[in-house]
Structures are given as structure tokens and as C-alpha cells.
Design a protein around this ligand. Sequence first.
Ligand code: XMP
Length: 511
Amino acid sequence: MRQKIIVLDFGGQYNQLIARRVREAGVYCELLPWNKPFSDWADESLAGIILTGGPNSVYEPASPRLGREIFDLGVPVLGICYGMQLINYILGGNVEAAGVSEYGHTLLHTADTGLFRHVDRETAVFMNHTDRVSRVPDGFEIDAWTQDCPVAAFSCASRGIYGVQFHPEVRHSVQGAQMLRSFLFDVCGCAGDYRPEDTIEHMLSEIRRQAGDRKVVAGLSGGVDSSVACALANRALQPGQLTCVFVDHGLLRYREAEQVMATYRDNLGLNVVHVDASERFLKALEGVTEPEKKRKIIGEMFVRVFEKEAAKTGATCLLQGTIYPDRIESGMGGSATIKSHHNVGGLPKDSLFKKEAIIEPLANLFKDEVRAVGSALGIPKEMVWRQPFPGPGLGVRVIGEITREKLDILRLCDHIFLEELENAGLQESIWQAFAVLTGVRTVGVMGDGRTYSHCVALRAVTSDDAMTSEAAEIPYPVLKKATSRIINEVRGINRVVYDVTGKPPGTIEWE
Ligand code: XMP
């Protein structure tokens, strides 16, 4: 049986990253809401539990809390930030408001104990807390401290209980991954043999089991997730059982529909139907400015198009390329809903597709795991490494009301920017690059006259997994060239800005 670690989510912003790091270490894990009943997940495959950070304070009456039973499950427990304070609280230690909040890089002093046996005695970590442990429970020892935090890590090795006040999961904690590995391997005894591509056979049989002999329609967007999902389904199902639907919602990039269709036809041997639904989508979006509303409308429209195609083929199942972060960021865990990803937005109540007929073979995988599966399936490199593009497309990159005119302007700006990045050989180092029509008009001067036109923002980010990102440091001459081309070649733009915001505090997309 495959070992698993359960990460209980108390709402902190880095919680998905904890799960990522555990899987990167070759250990399967799932992120679940903190209040999910133990009976749903505490089985013989359980090797350890991680309690995440969160925005609360353990002494607030409404804070999420667990009872002592969490320590009776017979597996080690690691608490991170709020998770550590919770352990301390449950076991009778003291937590107090620190005089100063500690935020950012901090020098951690470690003892040769707990999770710190394989790291330096002084190592940089990332802190983000206001409360701190002031007295540890009986039987616990202090494993690490910082200048402002006398108990930065503690443990009771005999009971397999560990806590760290800082965030080992973020890259700023330079040796954080090693500390997590110590928990997984030295403490929990995990084997570290999980590889996403080894789950292909399981995914194929799950698709077969869920579909049975029913016909299936699949949403195909041109992105890596849906391409891999469709390639899996194509392998799993009988000839004629699967119809892939590529929906042109009018919110695609420059010449995207032609390119994507050609790639599918030439490379994947899929049965793909191209549906031009742009009229319907744009009509439904008329006058809508609020981002979540746009996402919900686009999500519902997709389902309606799939239903229509399903009716033509007699399909009753819908296959989607939903991946793990989509579900988590849409509020499946204990964390706040940041954005409703369209394929998790929930089916309209009257949908023809019943809940049990939704097949999501990648729903437990992170993006790089999907890419590993895609490569193992022989999907061409340029598809597996295609930049992510959001399901709602340019709909969330035209800020404010979406019109055909704005979409046309944006498409051209985006195309020019990407072309200049390509010319400069920068595409490979960038996670995602695109243009955003800001919804702001500015005054300019062109020739001898005044202009009052759109301002476009360029955005390029580097990232490992889209959960955090930094603005890419594009050489200035490249930005300048792209800017001058945009101003000269795109009517309706008189100003170009470059977005240098990281995530957090920004998100990658503007809406
Ligand atoms: P944010 O903007 O939340 O985006 O930092 C993280 C990553 O997800 C992509 N994204 C989406 N992908 N449906 C998708 O399939 C969506 O609704 C959606 N919204 C954002 C975004 O492009 C980035 O890669």
C-alpha cells in the first residue's frame, strides 16, 4: 500500500507548498481541511501528519482546534507555525503574543536534535508570525531559536511530535526542504518512492471504472492539463467512446485556435471537435466587470457547450483537466477562495452531467507532476511545456468590461510581447508572460496631436508552481523594443507599463 502523509489545512497561505514539498521528496500526500473527520483519512497507509499554518491565534474562541486524539493515531505529527502553537496549546504549553511580529528572513540557531541533525547550526529561515510559544509542554525540548523567538522549534522525540515556528516549505528557508525530509524519512520512516508517472495505470483504470461503457466528452483547452487528461482518456477508453471538444470562447490568444487544432490533429491522434462559441460567450459577458462573476459565467458557458456536444454524441460523462491546485485555490481545503477556477466552479444545478459523471483524472496532481505524466505518455515537449493559460482566457486579462475591440487590441499586444521575448531567447526561463488591458485610459502625444487611449500592462513571471512567483527581470532593451512595437503597431494603445509585483502579494493574473 502506498504510504501517505496527511497535511491538515488551517488556512495559511503557504499550505499548498507544504504538500508540494512532501511530494517532491517522493512521498505521496494530501492536503485536507483541518476538520475533516479522522475516519476519512486515518487508515493503514498513514505515515505522518502535518498541521499547517493559519491566520488565527490559538486563544481566540473561534479558532480551529483539534483535540488530543490527533496524537493517538500512532503516527508522528509535525506542526508548522499555527500548527506548532496548536500542538503547544493542546499539550498544555503557553502561547503569547510576541512583542514584535517577525516577518521575513531570520537567522535560525539550531541544536543537533529534532529535525536539525542534517542542517547547519545557523541557517536562514522565513518567519511570519505574531504569536509565539513561550513555555513548551512537559517532556519537550527546544531544538531551535532566533533572536526574537526563543522557541523556534521543539520536539518530543519519544512521542514523535515536532513543531517549527517558521516556514520550512518556502524557498527562503534555505535548508527547509532538508528539515521536512528529516521529518518524512528519519521520523515517519517514509520510503520516498512515489513518482507521479507510476500512477498512470491507476489513472487509466479509474477512468475506465468511472466511465463504464458510457460515452465521454472532454474539454480540451490546448493547455498541458487538459491535453494530458485527454491523452490518458484516449488510452483508457474504447475507440469511439471519447469526443474531445475544443471551445473557442472568443477569449483566445492570437491565432491560438488554428495552432492548437493543428497540434492535436498532428500529434495526439485525438478525436477533436472545434466549436466556435465566441458569439455566445461574449454576449453572456456583456456589461460584466466583476472578476468572480466573469469566471462563473465563463464556467457555466463551458458546461453548456459541452452539454450540447454531448447531446450530439450521446455522451453522459464529462472529462476535465482539473488539477490539484485548481481545487485547493477554489477553496476545497481550509484556505480562502482566491479565484474560482472555471472547471471547479461547480456544475449548474440543472446540468445534464451528474456529479458522479465528472471524470478528473489529474485532480490529485500538481502541475509539474502533470508534466511528468505527459512526458511519460509521449506528449510532445512543446505541449508539455506550454505556458499555462487560464481557462477564462483573455476574459480575465481585459480588466473591466470585455468587448471585441478590446480583445483585438489585447491579442496584438500579447502577440508582440511574446514575439519579442522569443526573439531575445527568454521564453524558456519564464513561467508565464502576457499582456493585460488595464482598463485605464491615459493622455499621450503622438505626432502633433493629443491621444487618449488604453494603457497596456506587460507581465512576465518566474515560478516553480504558480503558487508563488516573482516578476521576471526582463532586460530593459527587450521591454523597450516591445513597448515601441506595441505603440507603433497597435492602434488604441498609447502607454505600456511592466508589472513588477510578486505573488504574494499579487496573483499572477490580474483578475
Ligand atoms: P493566479 O492568478 O491565481 O494564477 O496567481 C495561478 C496560475 O493559474 C492560472 N489560472 C487559471 N488556470 N483556470 C485555469 O485553468 C482558471 O480559472 C485560472 N485562473 C488562473 C494562471 O494563469 C496561473 O498560471
